[in-house]
Ligand binder design. Structure first.
Ligand SMILES: C[S@@+](CC[C@H](N)C(=O)[O-])C[C@H]1O[C@@H](n2cnc3c(N)ncnc32)[C@H](O)[C@@H]1O
Length: 265
């Protein structure tokens, strides 16, 4: 796997939860978090969100609109939740077009994650025939320029040590006209939602993480990392600065999560 951490300039800092740490160090720290939680990751997502993360992922997959014959890259793909949706949706669209064949080809969905433990948990869960798995870094994608039709990253970008670098890589690998989509926790738009969400995040999630995944600290990091992530407007500007066009935001559950999507033109 390409080690993008070695390309991060010395002295650059990045947030690790509420702390600022050396960006190179963050890469190893985040790896440790997901090594630790990998085997209970899917169960924890359901417990933390009451299953709502599935609806957010459905909405994001529908927005990406996977089609037969496309190469779709799901970065920080973890256990393959998004990729499974893309593969099934592209296959359903293929079936609507008629017999699969040269003029109606299969999609290819690549799950890329820098954490082999998460990939292994996904492989054990089982995938779809269109899916392939790859260990790699969002900041140094092991793919040629203009090689994918759609790029997605779901609940991954806030963990990346150098977000502009990862967005630049997304822009590089997308074909002209390719789609970019990011699903991430964001800022609730109403203060009542914000208060309830804060109470749940800080008082319930770390103890549940301690009980179920045996790792309270990792879930404390995840909660803090959500608060440190830029709000909808700021993140939209970052995507535009990476060279994407037509960037738009769709809030989910009152802004608890948001989909940012745009085009590589
Ligand atoms: C919260 S999980 C999200 C997994 C999956 N996308 C989902 O929505 O369920 C975050 C994932 O990002 C991965 N990750 C963090 N930094 C990464 C990087 N620089 N490159 C690739 N994957 C990264 C972690 O290993 C982890 O699997």
């Amino acid at each position: 796997m390409t080690d993008a951490a070695s390309d991060i300039p010395s002295g650059k800092t990045s947030s690790f939860g509420f702390r600022d740490v050396d960006a190179k160090e963050k890469v190893q720290m985040v790896r440790g978090v997901f090594d630790s939680v990998a085997s209970r990751y899917d169960l924890m997502n359901d417990l933390m969100s009451g299953g709502v993360h599935r609806l957010w992922k459905d909405a994001a997959a529908a927005k990406l609109n996977p089609r037969p014959g496309e190469t779709i890259l799901d970065v920080a793909g973890g256990t393959g939740d998004m990729a499974q949706r893309y593969a099934k949706m592209a296959r359903a669209a293929q079936a609507r077009r008629g017999e699969p064949g040269a003029s109606n080809p299969d999609a290819s969905v690549i799950v890329l994650d820098y954490n082999a433990e998460m990939i292994m948990a996904g492989v054990q869960k089982g995938g779809e025939p269109e899916m392939s798995w790859s260990v790699g870094d969002a900041m140094a994608l092991p793919l040629p320029d203009t090689s994918v039709d759609a790029y997605s990253i779901s609940f991954g970008i806030r963990n990346v040590a150098d977000i502009p670098q990862a967005l630049g890589e997304a822009r590089r690998v997308l074909k002209p006209g390719g789609r970019f989509l990011c699903l991430e926790f964001s800022r609730p738009t109403a203060s009542a939602i914000r208060k309830a969400y804060d109470a749940w995040s800080f008082h319930a999630i770390p103890p549940i993480g301690g009980l179920i995944a045996g790792d309270r600290d990792s879930y404390q990091y995840l909660v803090e990392s959500i608060r440190r992530f830029p709000d909808q407007k700021t993140f939209k500007s970052m995507i535009e600065a990476a060279g994407f066009s037509g960037v738009a935001v769709t809030n989910l559950s009152g802004g608890v999560a948001a989909i940012h999507h745009g085009w590589a033109i």
